[in-house]
Ligand binder design. Structure first.
Ligand code: ADP
Ligand code: ZN
Length: 195
């Protein structure tokens, strides 16, 4: 991999739930911290999965993170001497986060972002597709389909064991829904046109 020097850049990690995005973001953050680089980690306030002041992965590893509402807050909160800016759950920010990431990279920071590329319906999720196009480095991760063991590229939403409907809201924080990783073939959405 060509190593960029003397400028910032954006590196993106994307995939469905359980593919290891947070794990990978935490791994990159830890390595930078071990190398005594200054790291600042952010997450949208909407993501209350485990604890409001941490980024946590499903296998239990975590790092401290600053929750922010508006992505533009990060422009003020990132210190000049920060080497690495890491942002998890990018899909929950509005489109303004794209410009914020570009601005941070322009200022010379290494910007690591992680997010869902598709929502539970299989549609593209918020600002993530554009970040994937703009990033210098893109890493797509896959989970394992819990039905058939194939490539887990989709996030299955189940409400009381039944596949969610296409018309359900994309963000249902706090609802009694369950998510699992599935492949293209096993992914089910009630009322999806192409089914
Ligand atoms: P993400 O941030 O992409 O949701 P995490 O980093 O939080 O993913 O969690 C990844 C971990 O989830 C894996 O290391 C594994 O322990 C666990 N996991 C649970 N279900 C699956 C699955 N179907 N395929 C792969 N890993 C899974
Ligand atoms: Zn499958």
């Amino acid at each position: 991999m060509y190593i960029i020097q003397n400028s910032g850049w954006i590196e993106a990690i994307a995939g469905p739930m359980y593919c290891g995005k947070s794990e990978e973001l935490i791994r990159r953050v830890r390595r930078a911290q071990i190398a005594k680089q200054k790291v600042q980690v952010f997450k949208p306030t909407i993501d209350d999965r485990f604890h409001s002041n941490t980024v946590a992965s499903h296998d239990g590893s975590k790092v401290e993170a600053i929750p922010v509402d508006d992505p533009r807050e990060m422009l003020n909160r990132v210190d000049r001497d920060t080497d690495v800016v890491a942002i998890d759950e990018l899909q929950f920010f509005d489109q303004a986060v794209v410009g914020v990431c570009e601005e941070l990279a322009d200022r010379g920071h290494r910007v690591i972002v992680a997010g869902l590329d598709r929502d539970f319906r299989g549609e593209l999720f918020g600002p993530v597709p554009e970040i994937l196009a703009r990033a210098e480095y893109v890493h797509k991760l896959h989970a394992i389909c819990v039905r058939c063991g194939s490539l887990g590229t989709r996030t299955q939403r189940l409400i009381e064991g039944i596949p969610a409907a296409y018309t359900d809201p994309v963000i249902m924080v706090g609802a009694q829904e369950v998510y699992e990783a599935r492949c293209r073939n096993c992914h089910e959405v009630r009322g999806r046109k192409r089914d």
